[in-house]
Every structure is written in structure tokens, then in C-alpha cells.
Design a protein around this ligand. Structure first.
Ligand SMILES: [Zn+2]
Ligand SMILES: [Zn+2]
Length: 254
């Protein structure tokens, strides 16, 4: 049984992945409006009622904005740790729906099992209540989802080294970030901090030591203002050839 990943969209304006396992569809984060989610799913011939559940990394708007609509419209289950679930309920005014409680909460570090596949959750440094990354594992494949990470700690790198496919944040080019003429200093500091976002340099360093099992890399959460797909392509395409992985750079304008 394989795992299939598609990126419905990824930038600071919204993040959402579509994970298909054995014919079942799940979202990873839902950072778009209900209307946007419907439009983006329609590109894959799917509707909201085809989605079994949403795995949530953290409560920020660009990851959770669609939950209010999702919680009303369907029986989609929400998988999040308890602090994230609480933060989302408070922030997005999600009230219990009449037919069933949408939440399936876990504690960070837990492994969730769904028949033939499992989901390992792991902690990531980011300025949210209890942010996580995910390791989705079937008998045949292993995929990691890791965005909104201030630093790639040795522990996270260890998780990411077990995978065939990796969805990884490549948020900003450090020089473009610090030299940006209009961004306030506090915002630059937040993005570059240990609980902010990963830079191109961080990603390059990790991929230089990519495990031989790694076959697919998706770079996501690319900043529109402080990064560019061309810059990433130039920097990482030679490394992809050398290491033998397929590189997908997800355009933040899509
Ligand atoms: Zn975030
Ligand atoms: Zn984000």
C-alpha cells in the first residue's frame, strides 16, 4: 500500500496537503477558506465529503483557517494534540457540531494507527501552543511533513532521515529577509528566530546529508517576499541530481 501526497497550496497565505492512503483521503492542515479548499480539491476530482480527516500541525491562521467551515459542513475528523485543539477552538470559534465531536486528540510523541498505516507525531520548535510534524508510514513508504520549524534539531533530523518522501519548509533566503526594505525588524527577528521558520541554508545543510532512501522532496511554505522558486532551484537542483532525489518546489503563488 502506497502513500500519495499532493500539495493543494503552500505559503503564508495558506497551507494544505492532500494525503491519499489506500483510496482514503486526508488533509494535512487546512489553512484556506472553505471556498478555496473546495476549489483546490476539485482539481483532483474530490469534494469535502471525500475527506476522512485533517491532521493539524498547529493553530496558526495559514494552517487552520478552514476548520470553522469544515467543522460545520461534514463529519471530517480533526487530529491534533490537545493544546493545539484548544487553541483552535478558542481562536476559530469552533462549536461542537450536532452529530459528532470532530476532535481526535493525541499527545505529542504519540503514534496514531489507522488500519494499514500509522502516523508518528513529533515536536517542532515554532511559536505556537504545541506544534508538531508528522511521519506517515505504510508498509511500503514513509513520508514526513515538516513545516514551520525554527530550527532543524538533531531529533527532528533523525525523524526526517527515515523517509522516502519529505515535505519540508524552505521559507526564506537569509539575505533577502534581513535586507527587505519594508518588513519591520521585529517580524524579521521572529521569522529568523529559533521558533520561526527554516531558511534555504538550513534546508541545503540538511539535504547535503540526505539519507540514500530519500526519493522525493517537496519544498513548501516559501516566502513570496524573501525567497524565490528560481533561487531555490539554482541552489538545490545540482544537489538533487547528486543525491538522486526528485525535487518539487511548490510555487507560493499557486
Ligand atoms: Zn506557523
Ligand atoms: Zn505557517
Amino acid at each position: 500500500m502506497g502513500l500519495k501526497i499532493d500539495i493543494l497550496g503552500s505559503s503564508s497565505k495558506g497551507n494544505c496537503g492532500l494525503l491519499t492512503v489506500d483510496g482514503s483521503h486526508y488533509l494535512i492542515d487546512a489553512g484556506f477558506s472553505g471556498k478555496q479548499l473546495k476549489e483546490r480539491l476539485a482539481r483532483y476530482g474530490l469534494t469535502l465529503s471525500d475527506i476522512e480527516g485533517v491532521f493539524l500541525t498547529h493553530e496558526h491562521q495559514d494552517h487552520a483557517a478552514g476548520l470553522k467551515v469544515l467543522s460545520k459542513l461534514s463529519e471530517i475528523r480533526f487530529f491534533a494534540n490537545s493544546k493545539t485543539a484548544q487553541a483552535i477552538e478558542e481562536r476559530y470559534e469552533i462549536t461542537s457540531r450536532p452529530f459528532a465531536d470532530p476532535w481526535n486528540t493525541f499527545e505529542t510523541g504519540d503514534t496514531l494507527t489507522f488500519g494499514n498505516f500509522s502516523v508518528q507525531t513529533f515536536s517542532i520548535p515554532h511559536d505556537a501552543a504545541d506544534p508538531v510534524g508528522f511521519l506517515f508510514r505504510s508498509e511500503e513508504a514513509c513520508l514526513a511533513w515538516a513545516t514551520d520549524i525554527g530550527r532543524l534539531t538533531p531529533k527532528i533530523a533523525e525523524y526526517l532521515s527515515q523517509v522516502d518522501a519529505l515535505v519540508l519548509e524552505a521559507n526564506h533566503d537569509e539575505e533577502l529577509l534581513w535586507k527587505h526594505p519594508h518588513r519591520p525588524q521585529y517580524l524579521k527577528e521572529r521569522v529568523a528566530s529559533e521558533t520561526g521558520h527554516l531558511s534555504n541554508g538550513d534546508v541545503y545543510k540538511f539535504l547535503q546529508n540526505a539519507p540514500p532512501t530519500l526519493k522525493f522532496v517537496y519544498l513548501v511554505h516559501i516566502s513570496r517576499e524573501c525567497n524565490s522558486t528560481e533561487l531555490l532551484r539554482k541552489m538545490l537542483e545540482p544537489l538533487a541530481v547528486e543525491k538522486g532525489f526528485e525535487l518539487h518546489i511548490v510555487d507560493p503563488n499557486d
